[in-house]
Design a binder for this molecule. Structure first.
Ligand code: ADP
Ligand code: 5GP
Length: 407
């Protein structure tokens, strides 16, 4: 059985090994493919964990016997390669194979495995920075560092042959960026949580967390819907703001690697129909099982959706309860999540509270308001309304401080 693979290549010192280690802590199904090398162990390297260390003669015998998927003389006189049985063992354990290989090897592995592989080119922000990192790592001689830097120039030219180029400027940010792409790629079961998320609130997040905890999927994706043709345009906040807020909410949820937001419907033709999105995502993630998560208020209407039979017959549908549901009106065959948290909160109520303003902040409580709007801007820098209020508050405070306190 063929499984999936992640390929990481980079000029030496870019931080690929560091990124791979971090990812492996976050995604338990990732298993490192241990290469064979003809060089001796270095520093604290352990045979069987970092590499399978063999003599140059033994390496030659493995090549002759056709045991390698791919091998390369990465540095003059030193060969590295990946054994067929290494990959097969990882897949037999139903894990995802992670490669840390040189740039030529990365391109070749992607050619061999095609869509089963997702390849990343890790880039250092600059050559000076790369030199600094190699020197700071303290594992290479000055000559070795020069050799690696010369090679880096050549390798950088092949970045475009990878699926993604990740600039490793800030490590946490780079790891987050990679994780966002890895999560849907390795998920076997993806639950699509459709909604306008106008705005997303802790009720949405609680339901997504519940689905993760009940292991209904490996990944729950809040799919932000575009403006519905049946609603007045002014009812919805701008699409990208709703999406940005959903991204932030997912990141700050209990399971940032298992809850995500997607703007896919904002990029598809309009009006958007769920069946079209499902088909698009099926093609995008071949082999993944897609399911739907729908609120009890929307479930009765599903029978009128475009190609309702194809949706209800082709995908598991989970319905979470909402206050005032009419369960009798739910379509046949859906699974009702009786235990899902039913929160006394709705996007409508959040919008009302925002509009009322005074409900949240006592009159004259400028510090409290500044904190809340500051937080909102931090969560969604695109939110112009919150930014506007924040500015207004600071104007008021400046006025108070300069003119009223010192008359
Ligand atoms: P590679 O596997 O690509 O050769 P490493 O993971 O060994 O690179 O990283 C090279 C050095 O740079 C290490 O000492 C590592 O701790 C450091 N490093 C990795 N990522 C960053 C980063 N974003 N900023 C600064 N230093 C980093
Ligand atoms: P070192 O471990 O000596 O610092 O670096 C070895 C280089 O060889 C790294 O760029 C690493 O990614 C690459 N490498 C390790 N294993 C393999 C492999 O199996 N195939 C190829 N092509 N490159 C490998």
């Amino acid at each position: 059985m063929m499984g999936k693979l992640l390929i990481f290549s980079a000029p030496s010192g870019s931080g690929k090994t560091t990124i791979v280690r971090r990812l492996m802590e976050r995604f338990p199904r990732l298993e490192f493919s241990v290469s064979v090398t003809s060089r001796p162990p270095r520093g604290a390297e352990v045979n069987g964990r970092d590499y399978h260390f063999v003599t140059p003669e033994e390496f030659g015998r493995l090549v002759e016997a056709g045991e390698f998927v791919e091998w390369e003389e990465v540095y003059e006189g030193t060969r590295y390669g990946t054994l067929r049985r290494e990959v097969e063992g990882i897949w037999a354990r139903e894990n995802v194979c992670v490669f840390d290989v040189d740039v030529v090897g990365g391109v070749r592995l992607k050619q061999i495995f095609g869509d089963a592989a997702l390849s990343f080119f890790v880039e250092c922000p600059s050559m000076e920075e790369l030199r600094g990192r190699l020197e700071a790592r303290g594992t290479d001689s000055p000559e070795s560092i020069e050799r690696r830097l010369a090679k880096a120039e050549e390798e950088a030219k092949r970045a475009a042959e990878f699926d993604h180029v990740v600039v490793n400027d800030d490590l946490d940010r780079a790891v987050d960026e990679v994780a966002t792409m890895v999560a849907p790629f390795i998920a076997r079961r993806i639950m699509l949580y459709f909604g306008s998320f106008n705005p997303v609130h802790r009720g949405h997040v609680a339901v997504a967390e519940y689905a993760v905890e009940k292991e209904l999927a490996d990944l729950v994706v809040m799919v932000v819907s575009p403006q519905s043709p049946f609603k007045e345009a002014e009812e919805l906040a701008p699409e990208l703001e709703r999406y940005e807020m959903a991204v932030q909410a997912a990141k700050e949820s209990k399971y940032p690697d298992k809850i995500a937001a997607s703007a896919v419907e904002l990029t598809l033709p309009r009006p958007s129909y769920t069946i079209d999105t499902l088909r698009f995502l099926e093609a995008q993630f071949p082999g993944a099982e897609l399911s739907l998560l729908v609120g009890g208020d929307n479930a009765p209407g599903m029978v009128k959706w475009k190609e309702a039979e194809a949706i209800l017959g082709g995908f598991p549908v989970y319905v979470y309860p909402r206050p005032g549901d009419d369960e009798g009106a739910f379509p046949e065959g859906v699974t009702v999540l009786e235990g899902a948290p039913e929160m006394e909160i709705s996007s409508t109520r959040v919008r009302e509270l925002l509009a009322e303003g005074r409900e949240r902040f006592r009159e004259g409580d400028f510090a409290g308001a500044a904190n809340s709007f500051g937080e909102a801007v931090g969560m969604a820098p695109v939110n112009r309304e919150a930014a506007g209020y924040l500015h207004l508050i600071s104007e008021i405070q400046n006025f108070k401080n300069t003119d009223l306190m010192n008359p």
